[in-house]
Each structure stands twice: as structure tokens, then as C-alpha cells.
Design a protein around this ligand. Structure first.
Ligand code: ADP
Length: 483
């Protein structure tokens, strides 16, 4: 399916009469964590592609030793996570080295499961690719290296040293370093496109293939934002992304090597109780009509008369807590009734505002815990399905006390791949002693397509700073009730 998808995409480009002979460099974005296992025959097929034939006719099932690729939705490796963390001395050590605790979907535990359950297949695997490096491999006609940013989603890469951690490799599977190959910076020009692409699609023979990266780092690269920005994705789950000069040491969330500032880091936080909880509230209180939902939200004042709610309908990721808690202005954190709160607020308006303010206070608290410093220069970039909802964005502006922008161009991950290809080519060809930074270079070619949509009200910090403390008390109560 992966290979067929490439055939389909390339054919569509041809049908649209895209002039591929003008492509100077190409890079890509692939969903994080998935892995592909090359057979010896597969690598040889990749190196000897016949331009007369489709890719999938040449790189078929026999090119891989595992035909059902593990992807990020696979959560079946709890045992392997425990084994890997135990082998290297606990989860604190795993966080220190790789930027994340061991997660089921991460590639290291997935590889270990294949090694344990399908030992022969593992032994026959000549090389292992991530989805992103697999994409680069197809263009290159050779197995491409994994880049540091996507490599940070494996529980195998030492994010400070930017090389595979021996301890993690040993805890995962034998002789893994030769299967992974050396990891490289996401700015690396890997070589020219293979003859297959030059002959079949008229790519110039000199067209450079630049290391591909994961979809989250690629999205950050596509946003063209600097370290003052917090990006808030309101998709099915809510996700926050931010940049750090030094890697924060915090046992929750993920720290990845930065995809464009190669000596910096990116923080990634995922929350489970995002759009689905908003949708459920919309259905119950506003007949599933976002217009009505927004009218109700806007008819209540900031601070919601002291009414607050935390809705973790499903087990939240950070903090690990489940349940719903509503407080009115009279609830005291230390009172015996604090864990009960109030059963229901007296109007849909209050329910809706309490949900949205509670969600955004939660996001702000966790971002602060990770080390993001909110200040006068902080700016927010909202993306994802719910970012078309201005009433929700206004709550974000107020709770974060920062202006909120949206992108006029969607598909940040896609744009990130194109921008990175352009920048890597510039660095490859430039003999400037002080080359432009990634952001300056790309912004010298194109605008960043950001539009300011909401500004915080003047009284926001005065209202929400005390509510942030109350939110922390409420989340703490839910968390201790969950343990
Ligand atoms: P994905 O994570 O699948 O890419 P999207 O970015 O497409 O998701 O976002 C889908 C979510 O956007 C849905 O869960 C939906 O509830 C939410 N959504 C769509 N329109 C609105 C709206 N007007 N207001 C609030 N949420 C919305």
C-alpha cells in the first residue's frame, strides 16, 4: 500500500501536468513511528528499478520481511516498553536519553516485538526504515538514512548526542545499528533522484533528495514560526508544539530534535480529550450546531462567574486522570467536598464556557510544566479542524494571554517538506560563511501566510492566572482519584 500510494501520487501529478523537470530538490513528510522491514531482494529491487514499470510491480510483498507494517495506532507493546525501560535503568533514564518515556507506538518497542515474535523475519531484515525514510528511499533508489527528528520518536536515539543510544539498541534487539544505518540531520542532501524518477517522470538528473522527516516535525517546519510561538493543533486530539534551545527534562510529553534548528529541540504534547469532548458537549447542549454553541459560549463573561470544569471523558495522557469535575466559585480545594464539586451548572451557557476554559487552562498548565515560558512576546498559531471556530480561539487568546493566528495556507506538514527541500539545497550550494537561518531564508522567498484572528482582552491575565491555580487543584484531585 505504501508503494502503491507513491505510484498514485506521482500519476496524479502527471495527470495534472505538473512540470517535474523543474524540481530542484524534493523532501517529504511521513506519519511518525511506523516502520518497514526490507528484505535483501527488496533492496536490490529498489536499486535496479525499471522506468517502464510501476513501483509496486517491482517493490512488492517480497521486498519486505514483514508485510503488515506497524504504525502509530499499534498499542500492543506494553511488555516491550517495560522490558526496554528496565534494561536501561528505568523510565527516567529513557527520558534523559531519548526525550520520551517508552511509548507503545514508538518504533523501538515495535521492533522489539517483531524481534521477539517473528525472530526469523527480524533476522532476515537487512534494513529498517521509518515511513519518512522509506519515502526518501524510494526517490533515492537506495535505503535512506533516518533523520534525527523522526528518529526521536523511536525510543532509540540519544537526542543530545544525535546518534543511536547503545544502551537503547541493546535493550531493543540484536545488531540493530546495522539495520538502522547512521541517523542524519533533517537538512541533509542524501543524493540525486534515482534514474527511475529521471526517466519515468522527467525529474532533472541533478534533482536532490533531502532527508524526509515525521509529520509532526514537518508541520512545525511548515509553520515558519520562531521560539516565541506556541502552536496549538485542534484536530481530533489537541496537540501543542513548541521550540526549546535546551531539551527540557520532564517525564511527560515528548522532546524531539528540532527539524530545522538542528541544535535545538521541539516539545510535543498530545491530549486525548480535545475535539471529541467539545463535540459531545455541542451535541448535548447545542443540538450539534457549532453556530449555536458559539452563541452560548459568547453569552457568558470571561471567568464564567467562577464556574470551572475539567472534562477528562477518556483517560487523559497528561495528567493521567479520568473523570469530570465541576467547581463553582464557592468550592474550596481543601474542603471534603472538593472531589465531588457540583453535579451540573445551571445553564448550557455556563457548561460550554466551563468546558472550553477548562480545556485551555489544562493545555496552558501542561505547556508551562514542560518549560514553555508564556510572556509578552508569546504568540499562538492555531491549526486543525476546530481552528475555524473564532469563539474558541478567543478563549485561547484570553487564557494564554497571547494573540492567536491561523494559517491562510493549510497543510503545514506538506509545506514543511517543500521548505526543507529548498533550504537544504540552499545550504548545500551556498558558500556563504554565515548562511541565512531556515526561517529567514524561506521568508525571503515567500510570506508566512499567517493571519491574526484574536487578541487577548486587557483583563485576561488578572482573570485567568488565579483560575490556572484552581485548575491545577482540580486536575490534581481527578488524578489522585484515578490512581
Ligand atoms: P484530524 O485530527 O482528523 O486531522 P481535523 O483537523 O480535521 O482532524 O479536525 C476534526 C475536528 O474538528 C472534529 O473533531 C470536529 O469536532 C472539529 N471541528 C470541525 N468544525 C468545527 C467547528 N466549527 N467548531 C469546533 N470544532 C470543529
Amino acid at each position: 500500500m505504501w508503494v502503491k500510494a507513491m505510484d498514485i501520487v506521482l500519476d496524479r501529478l502527471v495527470m495534472q501536468e505538473a512540470d517535474l523537470s523543474t524540481v530542484a530538490a524534493i523532501s517529504g513528510s511521513g506519519q511518525q513511528h511506523g516502520s518497514l522491514y526490507w528484505s535483501k531482494h527488496g533492496i536490490s529491487a529498489l536499486q535496479n528499478l525499471d522506468p517502464e514499470k510501476f513501483l509496486h510491480a517491482q517493490i512488492d510483498d517480497s521486498a519486505f520481511v514483514v508485510n503488515r507494517t506497524p504504525i502509530w495506532m499499534d498499542a500492543s507493546t506494553t511488555k516491550q516498553c517495560l522490558e526496554m525501560e528496565t534494561a536501561i535503568g528505568g523510565h527516567t533514564q529513557m527520558v534523559q536519553l531519548t526525550g520520551s518515556k517508552c511509548y507503545e507506538r514508538f518504533t523501538g518497542p515495535q521492533i522489539r516485538k517483531i524481534y521477539q515474535q517473528r525472530t526469523h523475519a527480524y533476522e532476515d531484515a537487512q534494513r529498517i526504515s521509518l515511513v519518512s525514510s522509506f519515502l526518501a528511499s524510494l526517490f533515492l533508489g537506495n535505503v535512506a538514512p533516518i533523520d534525527f527528528s523522526d528518529g526521536s520518536g523511536m525510543n532509540l536515539l540519544d537526542i543530545r548526542e544525535k546518534s543511536w543510544s547503545k544502551a537503547c539498541l541493546n535493550a531493543c534487539a540484536p545488531d540493530l545499528d546495522e539495520r538502522l544505518g547512521q541517523a542524519v540531520s533533517a537538512n541533509t542532501v542524501l543524493g540525486d533522484v534515482s534514474e527511475y524518477f529521471a526517466k519515468r517522470f522527467c525529474f532533472p538528473e541533478s534533482c536532490k533528495v533531502v532527508a524526509c522527516t515525521g509529520d509532526n516535525p514537518s508541520a512545525l517546519a511548515g509553520m515558519l514560526v520562531d521560539n516565541d510561538w506556541l502552536s496549538v493543533s485542534l484536530g481530533t486530539s489537541d496537540t501543542l508544539m513548541m521550540s526549546f534551545e535546551k531539551p527540557p527534562i520532564w517525564e511527560e510529553g515528548h522532546v524531539l530534535c528540532h527539524p530545522t534548528q538542528t541544535d535545538e529541540f521541539m516539545g510535543l504534547l498530545c491530549f486525548r480529550n480535545g475535539s471529541l469532548v467539545r463535540e459531545a458537549m455541542n451535541n448535548v447542549e447545542a443540538e450539534g450546531n457549532w453556530g449555536k454553541f458559539n452563541e452560548l459560549l459568547e453569552s457568558t463573561p470571561r471567568g464564567n462567574f467562577g464556574n470551572m470544569a475539567v472534562h477528562f471523558n477518556d483517560m487523559e495522557i497528561i495528567p493521567k486522570a479520568k473523570g469530570t469535575l465541576r467547581w463553582n466559585k464557592d468550592c474550596l480545594p481543601n474542603s471534603p467536598d472538593a472531589s465531588k464539586g457540583v453535579i451540573k451548572f445551571r445553564s448550557p451557557q455556563i457548561e460550554i464556557r466551563a468546558l472550553i476554559e477548562g480545556q485551555m487552562l489544562h493545555h496552558r498548565a501542561v505547556a508551562e510544566d514542560m518549560g514553555f515560558q508564556f510572556g509578552t512576546n508569546t504568540k499562538v498559531l492555531a491549526t486543525g479542524g476546530a481552528s475555524i471556530n473564532k469563539s474558541i480561539l478567543q478563549v485561547i487568546a484570553d487564557v494564554f494571554n497571547a494573540p492567536v493566528h491561523i494559517q491562510t495556507e493549510s497543510e503545514a506538514a506538506l509545506m514543511g517538506a517543500a521548505y526543507r527541500a529548498s533550504y537544504a539545497l540552499y545550504r548545500h550550494e551556498s558558500d556563504e560563511t554565515v548562511p541565512l537561518s531556515y526561517r529567514d531564508y524561506i521568508l525571503s522567498l515567500t510570506s508566512n501566510n499567517l493571519q491574526l484572528v484574536c487578541e487577548p482582552h486587557k483583563d485576561s491575565e488578572a482573570i485567568y492566572a488565579p483560575m490556572l491555580d484552581r485548575y491545577r487543584d482540580m486536575a490534581g484531585i481527578l488524578q489522585s482519584g484515578t490512581l
